[in-house]
Write a protein that binds this ligand. Structure first.
Ligand code: CP
Length: 291
């Protein structure tokens, strides 16, 4: 199968090739166009950043995007994901972007001959988010080796935390996690938010993913903010060179104080900008047979 499914199957060399390709697109050094190319987007879960930055990336590359309205599609009549994607292949589409609730949904698509770009699967992976996070970190620090990141929040329900931690460790970063006990798993060693402010080069906040919870969180949102949120006073205790990241969407006042979202240390909106260039790099490298 062609495309990008997860970063686990990608060599470190390939990951290190995507990062500068994205930054070259950002600097305007690399301009590539794919006229006459069309791609479809199939989002089975809500999305703003991933969906529309893939669309922006396609438009920047001269690719015509078609957003599939799944509510009006034959998925609603029981058609399988495989048969749906096969239809786009037969209709002459040159690729599809898919976000799906099911971990590893792409394993059902092995007979598909057009590139598939994973826009997030279940709680497993979100490869273009991990790549845009790496692009943002590289842009800031110029390397990955030895950097310390603490990911704070709903780790166990987060495909971003799982995907990022695995690849960041491979690139030589030291990864820590933090959050209420019921949100922690074996992704990495845990620490408190105050310890994270002392040592981390990067603090990455995560949204509490209420839609994935089977029971109520054992504390109020105000209590969560006090115990685990990046408050202004915690932000002021961070090291001078350290930065704040968040894949977003953000719950202002829960995992991060409203006034911290756009403080000098925040790279949250830079991540969104880098998402477009990262997705351009991924689409370009797949269409050119480099991925
Ligand atoms: N970060 C991220 O995946 O955001 P969306 O859910 O809005 O795509």
């Amino acid at each position: 199968m062609k495309g990008l499914f997860n970063l686990r199957e990608l060599s470190t060399e390939k990951i290190n090739e995507i990062v500068p390709t994205a930054l070259n697109f950002k600097k305007g050094i690399k301009s590539v166009l794919y006229p006459g190319t069309k791609m479809a987007t199939l989002f089975f879960e809500n999305s703003t950043r991933t969906h529309y930055s893939f669309i922006a990336a396609m438009l920047n590359l001269g690719i015509k995007p078609v957003q599939v309205n799944l509510e009006l599609s034959s998925i609603k009549k029981g058609e399988s994901l495989y048969d749906t994607v096969k239809m786009f292949e037969c209709a002459g589409f040159d690729g599809v972007v898919i976000r799906h609730t099911k971990d590893g949904y792409y394993n059902e698509l092995s007979g598909i001959n057009i590139p598939i770009f994973n826009g997030g699967d279940g709680v497993s992976d979100h490869p273009t988010q991990t790549l845009l996070d790496l692009v943002t970190i590289y842009e800031e620090f110029g390397s990955f080796e030895g950097l310390k990141i603490c990911i704070i929040g709903d780790i166990s329900h987060s495909r971003v935390a799982h995907g990022d931690a695995e690849i960041m460790k491979r690139l030589g970063m030291k990864v820590y996690i933090c959050g209420p006990n019921e949100f922690l798993d074996n992704t990495a060693e845990s620490m408190t938010p105050d310890e994270a402010c002392e040592i981390a080069d990067i603090i990455m906040l995560l949204r509490v993913q209420f839609e994935r919870h089977e029971s109520n969180m054992g504390m109020s949102l105000t209590e969560y903010h006090q115990k685990f949120g990046l408050t202004k006073s915690r932000m002021l205790r961070m090291n001078d060179s350290s930065i704040i990241m968040h894949p977003a969407p953000i719950n202002r006042g829960v995992e991060i104080a409203n006034e911290v979202v756009e403080c000098k240390k925040s790279r949250i909106f830079a991540q969104m900008t880098n998402g477009v260039y990262t997705r351009m790099a991924v689409i370009h490298m797949v269409l050119d047979g480099k991925l």
